[in-house]
Design a binder for this molecule. Structure first.
Ligand code: ADP
Length: 651
């Protein structure tokens, strides 16, 4: 038995052999069926040809083709006709104009036919496809609009299907971000980055498939020398008309710059808060340190005073300990004050480092404790370097103190100072355990200390580094070759200026035998200070050295004494505090300039704080020698000796 389909086709074929049926087919066909002569003229057409063109068959027969088709299409038509007459079947789409002027699109299929005795002709089937063409064009336009819209944003847009495969990637960022969009198509996130299993994308995409909107951050490492980027990705489910999820639409925005800007803004805010806190802390520290200075000065000065006259070696040793501890406290207070007014400017002047280092070493040696010895080698000590003496002393004192602290019992500290090319170098080394490598990067941080509470506040090195930098120098730490012993190296630039007069060594003759009645030609000293213990210590110390000492408890009393007749003869030196109730130091100085200018050059300023604006301005504007409280009595004596010898100039 023949298959059913074959029987059906046979029946169809038989029916078509019936001319009546064939004619009916042509008549009723919805598409145009027409024949054309070999010269292109219209021969026959079915009712659809008449209906669709708007012309009658008679009109079509005489109508020139140019009335139906535009010139470029005419050329295509005649080429198609030639190919058909040569025996080919040809298909094409062309536009024609209806009688009413409307333009329609037809998809044409042309086949050759041979008529008995009349030569070749062309059979044409033409279907109106205007709606399809319009729809396709609209689609293409919308696609273009979509693409230009999408590429107007610096984003990456993408579509992912239900299998989590990338179905499309668009957007300007795809280009600017250096993506190879083609490599993404058809792949899953896991395939694209197997190392991470496609995370964080895979889990975000899976959540989106459950119907959620998902936002996440993607740290994108482009590989090669491309810069790492931060992308904020938004995913939304796409749904069909029934609300079923059909895929995922995503947009990724590059937020690298924004994240960086936000981080910078946060850091800036933190710095502002930090600097406000530091300022408040600085004020507090400076206030406390300042308050400590006067009692410390009294302790220091009375200890010195007692040492001056104490013959018993045991008692002297005990007093040396008190003095060393007071000096240590002074260092801490100075470090705190220096730290609190960081950034304040230090006037530098050309000086010789040798004598200054010598005097520091001499003062520190007895107080190092635990049998630690200090060995000092200075060469080229007369090299000129730009110094703020107090700051320089602070640095050397801090380094020697640290070294002595780290040295073992009966250990050694070595200080070597010498010129090294365009720099003057000061090296302080010890034979202690050295600096462990893990703390080496931190030792210059403020408040970093490995010492027990009460042993160190962690400011020495940070403050020293600050001071050295203000001197345009450097401070470095290292360990000995065998890891043993620490070495700190200060380098300061050598100055081309001639150094100011070097400080002569301390050599104050002590008047023995408690001589209290000074000789009439003894030099006179006026102490103007509101701190009674300081005045008392100074008086005892200088009277014992043969000075005639007067005291004034404030500026006004000081002025009275200085304008009194004979004052010029009476006072070889005036030691004047800056901060006093009533008439203060600067005001007294101005009055002296006005009323007894001859005395101006004999004034030595003493101060516990040079940080206040008024004090700093005053000290900048005058050329008087300055003593920083708490001072040692021997320092005052040295300065007064220099003053009397004419080595210092005031006013
Ligand atoms: P402090 O001495 O108050 O601790 P510093 O700023 O002077 O503060 O020193 C910080 C830290 O550096 C010390 O606690 C110590 O750990 C280390 N350090 C400083 N000098 C030496 C040294 N000569 N040998 C070993 N470690 C040192």
């Amino acid at each position: 038995m023949a298959p059913r389909g074959a029987v059906y086709i046979q029946r169809m074929w038989d029916a078509l052999q019936d001319p009546v049926i064939a004619a009916a087919l042509v008549r009723e066909a919805p598409d145009i069926i027409a024949t054309f002569d070999s010269d292109g003229s219209f021969l026959q057409g079915n009712p659809a040809a008449v209906r669709q063109s708007g012309y009658s068959l008679a009109e079509l027969r005489v109508l020139p083709l140019a009335a139906l088709f535009d010139p470029p299409d005419l050329a295509r038509l005649s080429a198609a006709r030639d190919r058909t007459l040569a025996g080919e079947q040809v298909s094409f789409t062309v536009r024609y104009r209806r009688r009413d002027g409307e333009q329609r699109w037809i998809a044409v299929r042309a086949a050759p036919i041979v008529r008995d005795g009349a030569g070749g002709a062309v059979l044409v089937f033409a279907r109106d496809v205007t709606d399809d063409v319009i729809r396709t064009r609209a689609l293409r336009e919308s696609d273009e609009r979509f693409r230009s819209l999408v590429s107007a944003f610096d984003r990456a847009f993408f579509v992912v299907d239900l299998d989590l495969r990338v179905a499309g990637v668009f957007g300007r960022w795809v280009r600017t971000g250096g993506f190879d969009a083609r490599a993404w198509l058809g792949r899953t996130a896991a395939e694209l980055s197997p190392r991470t299993g496609g995370e964080p994308h895979t889990s975000a995409l899976q959540r989106t498939l459950t119907g959620e909107d998902v936002t996440y951050e993607w740290h994108y490492e482009p590989g090669g020398d491309g810069e790492a980027r931060r992308l904020r990705v938004n995913l939304s489910p796409m749904r069909d008309a029934d609300g079923n999820v059909t895929g995922i639409a995503g947009v990724a925005a590059d937020v690298t710059g924004r994240v960086r800007a936000e981080a910078e803004a946060a850091a800036l805010r933190a710095r502002i808060v930090e600097s406000e806190r530091a300022e408040a802390l600085g004020k507090l520290v400076s206030g406390v340190a300042h308050e400590l200075n006067n009692p410390l000065a009294a302790v220091l000065n009375f200890t010195e005073d007692l040492l001056d006259t104490e013959p018993d070696p045991d008692r002297r040793a005990a007093l040396e300990v008190v003095r060393a501890q007071a000096l240590r406290s002074r260092t801490i207070v100075r470090d705190l004050l220096t730290f609190a007014r960081r950034g304040g400017h230090r006037p530098l002047s050309p000086q010789e480092p040798g004598p200054i280092i010598e005097s520091i070493v001499k003062a520190m040696r007895p107080g190092l404790g635990r049998g630690v010895s200090l060995h000092c080698e200075i060469s080229d000590g007369d090299t000129s370097i730009e110094l703020d003496r107090a700051g320089f002393e602070q640095v050397v004192t801090n380094l020697v103190t640290n070294a002595a602290h780290s040295a073992p019992r009966d250990g050694h500290v070595r200080l070597i100072a010498r010129r090294d090319g365009a720099a003057f170098l000061i090296e302080v080394c010890d034979d202690g355990p050295g600096i462990p490598s893990e703390i080496l990067p931190r030792i210059f941080e403020p408040f970093f200390t490995t010492k027990a509470t009460g042993q160190g506040v962690g400011l020495g090195l940070s403050v020293s580094l600050g001071i050295v930098q203000e001197h345009h120098g450097s401070l470095e730490a290292s360990n000995g070759a065998d890891g043993l012993g620490a070495c700190f190296t200060v380098r300061l630039p050598v100055s081309a200026r001639v150094p100011i007069a070097p400080t002569p060594p301390i050599g104050i003759p002590l008047v023995r035998g408690h001589q209290r009645t000074p000789s009439p030609d003894a030099p006179g000293l006026l102490i103007v200070d509101d701190e009674e213990p300081i005045r008392r210590a100074l008086r005892r110390f200088f009277e014992r050295r043969g000075w005639r000492v007067d005291e004034a408890t404030d500026g006004l009393e000081g002025l009275e004494k200085l304008v009194a007749p004979g004052a010029e003869k009476r006072y070889a030196a005036i030691l004047c505090d800056l901060r006093m109730p009533g008439l203060d130091g600067p005001e007294l100085y101005e009055k002296v300039r006005e009323l007894v200018p001859a005395l101006l050059g004999r004034i030595v300023i003493s101060t516990g704080d040079t940080s206040g604006d008024k004090a700093a301005d005053f000290l900048d504007s005058v050329n008087a020698p300055v003593l920083q409280k708490p001072y040692e009595l021997s320092e005052v004596a040295t300065l007064l000796d220099q003053l009397r010898a004419g080595n210092l100039t005031g006013g």
